[in-house]
Ligand binder design. Structure first.
Ligand code: GLN
Length: 273
């Protein structure tokens, strides 16, 4: 009898010890998951828990003033814009540098949460990604050497060697020009080099970076006409409706409370187009 009672007590104690160990393990795992292994934290959907989450932005920093390198850091309009979105959604910002043509595949593969790269919304891209409300109006422009160029108007582009950055809207546009041979290069800076070396006759690129390049390339100039009118937006993985809504809410708030205008002033020194 006495022995049986003792045995019961021991069993009860073991039960409590087991329970205690399980609780400790669970708390330990939760701590590891959010603090030591933050990569997993960004995918937890428990919003408002106060836990630090990460927002991974993919961009190609050769597109001043939207994204470019300042020493080791990636800076620019898009970076500041997404930094505000991260703040508004209680996340820390992580930037992944990816060449422009690799951005949408990286988004689809889940390597990044969003793309902010002066990316134009196009029907083709919208098949594979969701786009936020647009945040900037841009245009394609033709850049040519200042002297001795045979390209004086858009019509003169026929049959010419045209340099573009691979996978951009400039690339798509150049392919529509009759008889043109399109030279696709990994970065806009490469396009400018080729133009300066006169290995191409003209470049087609976005007006923002074109203006920036002309400021430091006195031998180049830009044709007056806009070839397109296009709008930049942030790309988000299709189906990630929660993040899409958060991004749209944040952009809306920024446009209302003056943060958006302040960013335009900081990076363009003028009012938004
Ligand atoms: N706006 C252009 C596009 O979306 C170019 C963007 C870029 O080179 N970063 O294709």
């Amino acid at each position: 009898m006495r022995w049986a009672a003792k045995q019961k007590k021991v069993v009860a104690r073991i039960k409590w010890l087991t329970l205690g160990a399980l609780v400790a393990a669970a708390i330990g795992y939760m701590y590891w998951d959010t603090e030591i292994n933050p990569g997993s934290a960004q995918h937890t959907s428990s919003s408002g828990s106060g836990l630090e989450k990460t927002l991974i932005m993919g961009t190609d920093p050769g597109f001043k003033p939207f994204e470019y390198k300042n020493g080791q850091n990636v800076v620019g309009f898009d970076v500041d814009l997404v930094r505000e979105i991260a703040k508004d959604t209680n996340r820390s910002l992580q930037i992944e540098e990816i060449s422009f043509d690799g951005l949408l595949p990286a988004l689809q593969a889940g390597r990044i949460d969003l793309i902010a790269a002066g990316m134009t919304v196009t029907p083709e891209r919208a098949k594979n990604a969701a786009f936020s409300t647009t945040y900037y109006s841009a245009a394609q422009r033709v850049v040519v050497p200042k002297t001795g160029s045979t390209v004086e108007s858009v019509d003169d582009l026929k049959g010419k060697r045209i340099g573009v950055q691979l996978g951009t809207t400039g690339d798509t546009l150049a392919h529509k020009i009759t008889g043109a041979s399109v030279v696709q290069l990994p970065a806009t800076s490469n396009v400018m080099q080729e133009l300066n070396a006169r290995r191409i006759d003209a470049a087609i690129m976005d007006n923002g970076p074109a203006t920036q390049y002309l400021a430091t390339n006195p031998n180049l100039t830009m044709l007056a006409r806009d070839l397109t009118k296009e709008d930049y937006a942030i790309a988000i993985k299709k189906g990630n409706t929660e993040l899409l809504k958060q991004v749209n809410d944040s952009i809306k708030a920024m446009k209302k409370d003056g943060r958006y205008d302040a960013l335009v002033k900081k990076h363009f020194g003028a009012a938004a187009p």
